[in-house]
Design a binder for this molecule. Sequence first.
Ligand code: CP
Ligand code: NVA
Length: 307
Amino acid sequence: MKRKDLLSIYSLTPDEIRELLDRTKLLKKWLKENVSHKPLDGKTLGMIFHKPSTRTRVTFEVGMYQLGGQALFLSGAEIQLGRGETVSDTALVLSRYLNGVVMRTFKQSDLEEFAQKATIPLINGLTDISHPCQVLSDIFTLEEKFDSIKGIKVAYVGDGNNVANSWLFGALKTGINLSIATPDNYSIDPDILKKAKALEGKSEGSFKIFTDPVKAVKEADVVYTDVWTSMGKESERLEREKVFRPYQVNWDLLKHASKDVLVMHCLPAHRDEEITSEVMDSKNSVIFDQAENRLHLQKSILEALLG
Ligand code: CP
Ligand code: NVA
């Protein structure tokens, strides 16, 4: 893959996504077979996190070790960036020590500023408007579950957040038909929607936007949800709990989907809020496969950008 950074799915070509997915399959197979593969020997990944993380943090760190490199966790609160050193200066300095950076932060524009100044690759580990590593790895999970993902129907139910935005572009670029159901005031950001509409005519995939979750999940092969209150929105929690109640993924909603529907959630889940425990722990759930695949998919990103 001939690119320096991975900041969004929007910026990836379908061929680049294909390359990552195919490589992920091989890297997963090699790990299961104990094949030693260390192309990142001697390389160091910096991991700047301004928000909490379990999966993204652990999988990038473990992924680096497995590929022969090392990872350095840099809590946003404990580096000078958190005390007002600029994003640009941080990028210039870290480029002198590291071979790549993964950043989890609030503003996508901070990520773009860092990438512009840095001479090393930058990977988006989640921003307020996108979570590309998550959705790429979810698409990989679906490739493991279906003979072909082209033309399958994925329904995303819940908040029009970072994960939903990345799903829009992920679906369009891989030939998935996506339905999104959000409450009125929590719909997809108009700028994102505009970009998605412009892309739709040139894509194999498609999308439809609803407010009614029942309409969105009708005959869906996959139903996906995420938390009602994303990181950074904690002050809205009580209001959101009321508004999102009809969007809970439970058996009542799933009876409108395909009989063998697969259920997905990026995690962390608030059990019995956005998804019932019964559904999460059912045979229809592929949620923990999704979590596992974050490791394999991110190794393919690390190899492609730092290798
Ligand atoms: N899904 C995901 O990104 O999880 P973490 O917040 O634990 O990294
Ligand atoms: N939408 C969630 C995703 C967490 C992985 C958040 O931003 O908190």
